[in-house]
Design a protein around this ligand. Structure first.
Ligand code: SF4
Length: 350
């Protein structure tokens, strides 16, 4: 058993504490000091007796911590963190503040977190795909992205699992981390403020529908037909649209939640009026919201963003059909905020 205390739920900590012959309630201090006070040493959990802290350390328990390797701040307020993990792997996390005077003044702070080191799904528009896949993150490594950024900039209000990696291919650690972030004795981030974004792993979506906690679900859609989607996202060949939408139906029937569809707007590829009209047909009857995001090009990428006029026209077609649509501005262009860009660059330098 791994002895990282950050990787444990409150229930697991209670079990450890009891097995060590201590009172169960002491686990609450360990959980709170790790996830609210952001401590990284057992010796800092001062409500525990010195003897118990020593006992934990002697038994091999520890608190893992990510190391910040680089922080880049864009003039639009976006902040990108490059973290180094204990094994030397690198991951990225992006803070998207919604305030006028930068991250320290924003009341709503959304953190886009990674779930894997790299990714093996090979989406053709994505910088992370170029890195390839190394490994899944632990729940502690996922949660710690929030802990470290919060210690740096203050309270994180919203978390989106939309950074490097496919969250539903690291299902157990992702669900465990969402439970830890949501726990009232920890960060207490409302479950409706936690979003899991998937490329469409249908088995994972159906499994998520059975969970007790239901985070918001976002689908990275990006194309309205199987042919185009498979071209942009090879995973679509395994989970084609009909199957994906069946799984979304299962999720909605069980949670009664609106689903968000993310649609990256790529010039001349998926952004015509025809594409918009086909999308309208595809989404017919679904309780949903569409986010249009202009493609953020990175060096060596063959695609360009659609431009504001085209995006506006696309949005109008969706809205006329009654589909609620938001345009998400490209944030952090100056700091390579598209997922994987910074990691890819660092890997090139190694
Ligand atoms: S878009 Fe997401 S799933 Fe696709 S390659 Fe990039 S990180 Fe992986």
């Amino acid at each position: 058993m791994d002895k990282d205390l950050k990787d444990k739920t409150l229930g697991e900590l209670e079990q450890i504490v009891v097995e060590l012959g201590q009172k169960k309630y002491l686990a609450g201090y360990i959980f709170g000091f790790i996830h609210v006070e952001n401590v990284t040493e057992i010796s800092q959990i001062t409500p525990l007796s010195k003897a118990f802290r020593q006992q934990l350390s002697e038994q091999g328990y520890y608190i893992s911590a990510l190391t910040i390797t680089k922080i880049l701040t864009d003039k639009d307020g976006t902040v990108k963190y490059l973290f180094t993990l204990a094994d030397g792997s690198r991951i990225e996390t992006v803070l998207l503040p919604e305030g006028k005077s930068g991250p320290m003044d924003s009341h709503r702070k959304t953190l886009c977190i990674s779930t894997q080191v790299g990714c093996n799904l090979g989406c053709s528009f994505c910088a992370t795909a170029k890195i390839g896949f190394t490994r899944n993150l632990t729940a502690a490594e996922i949660v710690d992205q929030v802990n470290v950024v919060e210690a740096d900039t203050g309270k994180i209000t919203n978390v989106v699992y939309m950074g490097m990696g496919e969250p539903l291919l690291n299902y157990d650690a992702v669900i465990k981390s969402a439970g830890i972030l949501n726990h009232p004795k920890g960060k207490n981030i409302g479950i409706r403020h936690i979003t899991i974004s998937t490329c469409g792993i249908t088995a994972g979506i159906k499994k998520l529908a059975q969970q007790e906690l239901h985070p918001r679900l976002a689908i990275s859609l990006n194309a309205p037909t199987d042919a185009l989607r498979t071209q942009l996202m090879p995973i679509n060949a395994k989970y084609p649209l009909a199957e994906l939408f069946k799984a979304i139906r299962v999720y909605q029937n069980s949670t009664h939640q609106r689903v968000t569809f993310e649609y990256v707007m790529i010039k001349g590829i998926n952004d015509s009026d025809e594409h918009a009209k086909t999308l309208v047909k595809l989404l017919h009857g679904f309780m949903c919201h569409v986010n249009l995001i202009e493609h953020n090009p990175y060096p060596g990428c063959d695609f360009a963003g659609s431009g504001s006029e085209r995006i506006k026209r696309f949005k109008t077609i969706l809205e006329r059909a009654g589909i609620e649509t938001t345009v998400r501005f490209r944030m952090g262009r100056g700091i390579k905020a598209a997922c994987g860009q910074l990691g890819a660059e660092q890997l090139k330098k190694q």
